[in-house]
Design a protein around this ligand. Structure first.
Ligand SMILES: Cc1ncc(COP(=O)(O)O)c(C=O)c1O
Length: 361
């Protein structure tokens, strides 16, 4: 069976050496030495000022909203993983969707401004499939209306924009280190911010607001990463160059096979690609479903990332329909992409897609 992704497992001997360390110290969690080491290495690798490891990418979003005291409404994207929206609703913040750009599939800054209300406190945007949003335009709107900007950067590990980490943009960016991601800690995530005071607040918040043995100084929750997860992360980070090269190889093989046939997301020309996804857009939903079924019949399982459009979630009460997001969400399929995926499998998948495309004309 070929799934859309396959979790990367690092060198076992190295992992066991870290596990020996955990057995020796008996410290399993609570900001242990491996979590601290991983934070330091990741901040250096990603070239960011403050990086706080957390239990997952969804809690990362929730903790950021709380730390920033976001209230009222937030203008956000309808084309993302459900967590981008559910985290807001969970924190009693109203998501107001602004439709996406037809080509980049990111929130369209031109749509944001007209949706800002007196109680709007922030813009929450996703760099979808690692493609950076129009960060300058979003920043300008945020400054004009005094709004916070949070980027859901779950897909954006290692992406650079204009020669610098894209994670530096906004008041904060969140990452997901879920097992399916290109860098992972089984479950996990991180919050990135240039704001030292915010970073300090977040560090307290993810540990119940505890500042010392008998000192609780703020409202908090448990969003900590543990030592075993950090051990996996440290091992994978050591292999990140190999992972990146493998992903690049797979991505380019698909690209060469499909470039004259398929429609792709238009990527920001000033940004690098981390090759985390290979999404293709079909001419209509039926065609996409036909090809999906043909691939499934061969035990190949691409995924409909991200369907449905988030304005269609059952707990959303918004009358305005996000027509572009609904249309894109109905026609996109992400092809299997992970280190070690054999080139002949990629060619076979591509040929099946090309055959269907030919039949369509
Ligand atoms: C865009 C986006 N945001 C948030 C998340 C949630 O991350 P996690 O699964 O680590 O909670 C994901 C996970 O896939 C995602 O793709």
């Amino acid at each position: 069976m070929i799934a859309v992704t396959k979790s990367y497992l690092p060198n076992k001997e190295k992992l066991f050496r870290y596990i020996d360390q955990i057995y020796a110290s008996c410290q399993l969690t609570n900001n242990g030495p491996l979590v601290q080491a991983l934070e330091e290495k990741l901040a250096k690798h990603l070239e960011v000022r403050n990086l706080i490891l957390v239990a997952n990418g969804t809690l990362a979003l929730q903790v950021v909203y709380k730390a920033m005291n976001l209230q009222g409404s937030v203008v956000t994207t309808p084309f993302s993983f459900p967590a981008t929206t559910s985290s807001l609703v969970w924190e009693f913040i109203k998501p107001i969707f602004a439709d996406i750009d037809q080509r980049s599939w990111n929130i369209n800054p031109k749509e944001i401004e007209k949706l800002i209300q007196p109680n709007t406190s922030a813009i929450v945007a996703t760099h979808i499939f690692s493609n950076p949003c129009e960060v300058e335009a979003i920043q300008k709107i945020a400054e004009h209306y005094h709004l916070k900007v949070i980027y859901d950067g779950a897909h954006t590990f290692g992406v650079r924009y204009q020669g610098e980490s894209v994670l530096k943009w906004g008041d904060a960016t969140t990452l997901s280190f879920h097992a399916t991601k290109l860098f992972h800690t089984v479950e996990g995530g991180a919050i990135i911010t240039n704001d030292d005071a915010l970073a300090e607040k977040i560090r307290l918040m993810i540990n119940f607001g505890i500042a010392g043995p008998e000192k609780i100084i703020d409202l908090g929750i448990n969003a900590k990463l543990n030592e075993f997860q950090a051990a996996i992360g440290l091992c994978i980070l050591d292999e990140i160059n190999h992972i990146n090269q493998e992903r690049k190889k797979v991505w380019h093989c698909y690209y060469e096979e499909l470039k004259n046939t398929c429609i792709f997301q238009m990527r920001n020309e000033f940004s690098t690609n981390n090759y985390s996804y290979f999404p293709i857009l079909f001419e209509n939903e039926n065609k996409m479903k036909e090809i999906q079924k043909k691939l499934n019949d061969q035990s190949i399982f691409p995924r409909r990332y991200f369907y449905p459009s988030l304005d269609e979630l059952p707990y959303i009460k918004q009358e305005r329909k996000m027509m572009i997001a609904r249309d894109v969400a109905s026609r996109v399929l992400c092809l299997p992409l992970y280190p070690g995926l054999a080139l002949d499998v990629i060619k076979e998948i591509s040929h099946m897609i090309k055959n269907e495309y030919v039949l369509a004309y």
